[in-house]
Design a protein around this ligand. Structure first.
Ligand code: FRU
Length: 608
């Protein structure tokens, strides 16, 4: 070591741990991996620089010398990937400090001081949420920034569809679970609202549901919206909160928790049962692979009535996010009950997926129908890889049962190639029941009727066309950016395979094939675009089509990073993420083995 370098090293080692000022904050490095930040300037937000691949720092927010909140953020060490805002407005006029424990294991204070976050962390009146990332969906619900998983607590009231969601407001990976909030009057355009339920002393806020309580059975008033969610810390316990302002803000119940169990239980889903005049709640007994059913007069005292599911259906993964409701069976004049049991892993193509059971519910016990073989069949709502945690809106108008799912998969959700935000929801879907040719009752999920409003310019309008081995090609206008709805129907010969290939200038493609002999529809995304972020991403997914005459209609919605295929009015559905390097502007259609007749094919651009 030369002398000059040595003297500099000594000089910096002897420097007092002086406060550094700038950006409306003062920093004092208290020791290795430990920094005190004082907010000295005025501003709405403290802007935190984040680096995705470092560990979380633990941040205690100290207001007038008391810790009021603890959260975690991946504070940037060597580069800033994006920033997140911490809202300072609740503490205006008070002394605000943050005691920050960084986990990077530096060897000296001097080294810790070099972290890039300290150079730009600061207060600001604005936070730019404009997101120009190429994979940000143009017409699917996404958070403004930060991480999202399950949809939560959806309810409809006064013309508005409320949608809460599992949200990390301080980064684009799972952490700090909070209920984010959005609202829509048309299920197409979403307005982003302030955080609705934030972590507290009982834990972070996991998934749950909301109901309206017009008769004030709970005590929050006649017009209250009541939420039940899982408080998750050392244990998973169930908590209650009520809102008197239509779901904007919630006051937590003083007597929380209202349900405790010895083993992991979460994601309470409630509804009012008009037959028994009781609140009914389904709770995922996650590791026991079953759903528990409780009833209550007031949502505070709950009685366990029954358990459903041990040994039935897909059992590989944990059971999560239940939903229970009654639906008419098309054309039968009868109705049946449906119990949705999301599971992870153990889906038909790996990872997370939404299974369901059809049966009867007597107010206490759910009994699943058995098939012709006397066994309870395993059924899936969607045969893609990216449809999870699907649950329905309560109090939807006209007895509609509208659901939305998280359009990702726990196998790779945290690794998909987006940055400032992570994850979108599926398009909203409307459920119905139908009898399949095998005598079984199945769920159909069609695109919600409101989605027709997305249709823009008719870019392709093809009439009857004979299909054979030579592909018929259609081109989308570049202005569409590849965002489209493809609407088609065709008749396939007995052994034919009809293939729709979406492709782009980079040679990437999504291949969708109807196989008349197998009565299946498949979607191959192995060459769809970027997939190197996870070995579990490349996949061919296959859905049974449940028809018996080779006549198929399709509606395919393409967004910047997803393809959703609805067949025969939602009787088979497939949702898959794709990350193309360029928009898919070509569609080619061909048929093998005897061919097929295309009756019509229309492609609409998407208004957004
Ligand atoms: C499902 C889930 C739920 C839980 C939530 C936590 O994806 O694991 O069971 O409540 O996510 O974010």
């Amino acid at each position: 070591m030369n002398l000059k370098k040595l003297s500099m090293t000594i000089a910096s080692a002897l420097l007092p741990l002086a406060a550094m000022a700038g950006n409306g904050v003062e920093l004092e490095h208290l020791g290795v991996d430990n920094t005190l930040l004082r907010v000295t300037g005025e501003g709405r937000y403290l802007i935190l620089p984040v680096q995705e691949n470092v560990d979380d720092a633990r941040i205690n927010v100290i207001v007038d010398n008391q810790i009021v909140k603890t959260f975690y953020a991946r504070l940037a060490k060597s580069k800033t990937d994006y920033t997140v805002p911490f809202d300072l407005t609740p503490y205006r006029g008070h002394k605000v400090e943050m005691l920050i424990e960084t986990p990077q294991g530096r060897s000296s204070v001097r080294e810790a001081k070099g972290d890039v976050c300290w150079k730009t962390i600061g207060v600001s009146d604005t936070f730019d949420t404009t997101n120009r990332e190429k994979y940000r969906p143009a017409y699917h619900h996404t958070p403004l920034y930060g991480w999202m998983n399950d949809p939560n607590g959806m309810f409809y009231k006064d013309g508005k569809w409320h949608l809460y969601y599992q949200h990390n407001p301080y980064g684009s990976k799972w952490q700090n679970m909070t209920w984010g909030h959005s609202v829509s009057s048309d299920l197409v355009n979403w307005e982003h609202l302030p955080l609705a339920i934030e972590p507290d002393g009982l834990g972070s806020i996991f998934s749950g549901s909301c109901v309206l309580d017009p008769e004030n059975t709970v005590g929050y008033g006649n017009d209250a919206v009541i939420a039940m969610y899982t408080s998750a810390a050392k244990s998973q316990i169930q908590s209650l909160a009520g809102s008197r302002d239509g779901g904007m803000t919630f006051k937590k119940y003083d007597g929380n928790p209202v349900i405790t169990l010895e083993s992991e239980a979460r994601d309470p889903n409630m509804f009012w049962n008009p037959d028994t005049k009781e609140w009914t709640l389904v709770l995922a007994h996650a590791l026991d692979h079953e759903m528990l059913i409780f009833t209550s007069p007031d949502m505070k005292k709950w009685t366990l009535q029954s358990a459903f599911g041990k040994g039935l259906g897909a059992q590989e993964g944990v059971w999560e996010c239940p939903d229970l409701f009654e639906l008419p069976v098309e054309g039968s004049g009868k109705s049946k009950w449906v119990l949705i049991c999301n599971i992870n892993p153990g889906g038909p193509f790996g990872g997370s997926a939404a299974q369901y059971f059809v049966g009867d519910f007597d107010g206490r016990t759910f009994t699943a129908d058995t098939g012709r073989d006397g066994k309870v069949p395993t059924k899936w709502m969607d045969y893609g890889k990216d449809h999870y945690a699907t649950v329905s809106w309560s109090d939807a108008p006209d007895d509609r049962r509208v659901v939305i799912g998280w359009m990702s998969n726990w196998e790779y959700a945290a690794d998909v190639p987006t940055m400032q935000f992570r994850s979108a929801n599926t398009l909203p879907r409307e459920l119905g029941l139908f009898k399949g040719a095998d005598g079984e009752t199945y769920l159909a999920s069609k695109p919600a009727a409101e989605l027709s409003a997305l249709r823009g310019k008719l870019m392709v309008d093809a009439g009857r066309t004979q299909l054979g081995a030579t592909p018929v090609d259609f081109t989308l206008s570049p202005e569409s950016e590849g965002l489209c709805e493809i609407v088609t129907d065709f008749d396939a010969r007995k052994n034919s395979k009809v293939t729709f290939t979406l492709s782009n200038a980079a040679g990437e493609k999504v291949v969708m094939t109807y196989d008349a002999a197998a009565r299946t529809m498949s979607m191959d995304r192995t060459a769809a675009g970027v997939s190197d972020f996870s070995g579990n991403f490349p996949a061919v997914t296959v859905a049974p089509t449940r028809e018996n005459n080779g006549r198929v209609s399709l509606r395919i919605f393409v967004d910047r990073s997803s393809v959703e295929l609805f067949g025969n009015d939602g009787r088979f559905v497939m949702t898959n993420l794709v990350f193309p390097n360029a928009p898919y502007l070509d569609l080619s259609v061909s048929a093998t083995d005897g061919g097929a007749r295309l009756n019509s094919l229309k492609i609409y651009s998407i208004k957004h």
